[in-house]
Design a protein around this ligand. Sequence first.
Ligand SMILES: *Cc1c(COP(=O)(O)O)cnc(C)c1O
Length: 344
Amino acid sequence: MTIDLRSDTVTKPSQAMRDFMAHAPVGDDVFDEDPMVHQLQNEVAILLGKEAALYCPSGCMTNQLAVNIQTQPGDEVILETDAHIFNYETTAASFLSRVQLNPVKAKSKGILSVDIIEDAIREPAYYMPVSRLIIIENTHNRAGGTIYTIEKVKELSDFAHSKGILIHLDGARLWNACAATGTSPKEYAQYFDTVSVCFSKGLGAPVGSAICGSKENITKARRMRKIWGGGMRQAGIIAAGALYALRNNRDRLKEDNAKARRFAEIVAKNAKNATIDLDSVETNIVLLELTEKNPIIPKYLSDLSAKGVRLSQGKRTSLRAVAHLDVTMDECEKAAYIVSEYLS
Ligand SMILES: *Cc1c(COP(=O)(O)O)cnc(C)c1O
């Protein structure tokens, strides 16, 4: 049996989730008549303390909608060098919204601070870009699932708004940050103009993300989603999976964080040819930095796969393991010993 730790996106809908989906009442959501989509949008908006929410096919779309509705062509968006929006969404922001991304490197763990952002903000001048939007990612995927504390978020948000700059949260794994810190989604969300959250990662739904914000912003997002071909008809079938996930699978994310920690501790202790910064293992993601100089990552991945453990690539010289609801603590331990042995 393979233990698949490539990503928390590999989870499959449980029988209970499938039953809930099978019985979901549906309608045509392009006519704004799908009761399940309405219910999901209402519940997620309430959970985040926002006026409205829009269910979308992917987190890429919700992030790109946030960029599109809060910028003008020619504006600049400030974000961290390792941000998902900069690395894993092709060139969507420039392609779709004609903005320039201005990536800045965080001092540690991918977590931005006011001084770093301050340096990136442009002076008002007709020959300079306009700094319009700041994006932060919580948890920070490519940095290894690291967390912004609520204090940090407040500082950044207050600073952004004092400069007349909007701020978006890429909260694909906001739920994991909430599970680890005890901070509620609403407490985090209050500091952002728009928030994107995902149902198909740790929560285990098959499809979708939501963008949340003011009624005005969500009305704009809805129109742009249609322009981009994202209007869905009887979307209630998949929205039901997302709703089930939202209601039932948030609290248990603590377990995923614990499984990742256990995996990390075993590998850190036993693997000779990789290092793990245990201090950065704050949620469900573990980065294994290989000691080999120019590792051929695909070889590592295929060797491990043959031994029954699937990992993914982290950065250029690291492997990544992600805990999720379809692997048990025992499986994570077993995987950790297999990985340790292979990397020794
Ligand atoms: C996965 C992810 C997304 C995009 O989600 P998709 O649904 O795969 O498009 C956005 N941001 C972060 C931080 C992610 O990890």
